[in-house]
Write a protein that binds this ligand. Structure first.
Ligand code: HEC
Length: 185
């Protein structure tokens, strides 16, 4: 065997070893990120730099998802809520509220187009000072919070209603309030 041929063989062996090593590193990283997850100690055993990078990326993704879940949960619930079920929940409100356009005020003010409506804005209804000073508009999230516990959200309100504690039912109700307003325009 000439020196040249010997070099070729040695080169091929080295190349094969290199390929095997890269494959091992790649497999090791995949293995680490899937099975070890956030266990920083295990990730440091081999190839700490790529292992840690993968773990960091996963951790950032995970925390973002958790934050979103907290912020948009009621909106999420409303976007998938059941209108028919909401209509039934509204029966609890109907003793004191009408919902149709130009509906009369009862013990409580008419709720036509309540989603997006200015708080305490029905002329001639005797609102409490507490509600009058709340200000702003009724958006989906504020309605969700008010209807969970009216007296906690607006201390001093004269709405004599304890609230709807089940998130799903409250979301159905708010969905019904939105849909009714837009369908009847
Ligand atoms: C026992 C009577 C009563 C019941 C039941 C009741 N409400 Fe009320 N509601 C009131 C009164 C009274 C007010 C005015 C509160 C104030 O001025 O502090 C009011 C105010 C409101 C407001 C604010 C209106 C505005 O113009 O700013 C909303 C929204 C509302 N109610 C929704 C509901 C919904 C939805 C239900 C059913 C889950 C419900 N209410 C059940 C009596 C009631």
């Amino acid at each position: 065997m000439s020196a040249f041929e010997l070099n070729k063989v040695a080169g091929a062996v080295l190349f094969a070893a290199l390929v095997a090593m890269i494959a091992y590193i790649a497999a090791k990283n995949v293995f680490d990120s899937h099975t070890v997850g956030h266990d920083v100690f295990s990730a440091n055993d081999h190839y700490p730099v790529p292992g840690n990078m993968l773990n960091e990326i996963e951790e950032i993704d995970l925390s973002n998802k958790e934050e979103e879940a907290i912020e948009v949960s009621f909106l999420d619930l409303v976007s998938t809520a059941g209108i028919e079920s909401g209509k039934k929940v509204f029966k609890k409100c109907a003793a004191c509220h009408t919902i149709d356009s130009n509906g009369a005020n009862k013990a409580g003010p008419n709720l036509w187009k309540i989603v997006g409506r200015q708080v305490a804005s029905i002329d001639g209804f005797g609102y409490s000072e507490a509600l009058k000073s709340l200000g702003g508009i009724w958006d989906v999230e504020r309605l969700g919070a008010f209807l969970l516990n009216p007296k906690e959200y607006v201390p001093g309100t004269k709405m004599g209603f304890s609230g709807i504690k089940k998130d799903r039912k409250r979301a159905d109700l708010v969905r019904f309030l939105i849909t009714l307003d837009t369908e009847s325009k």
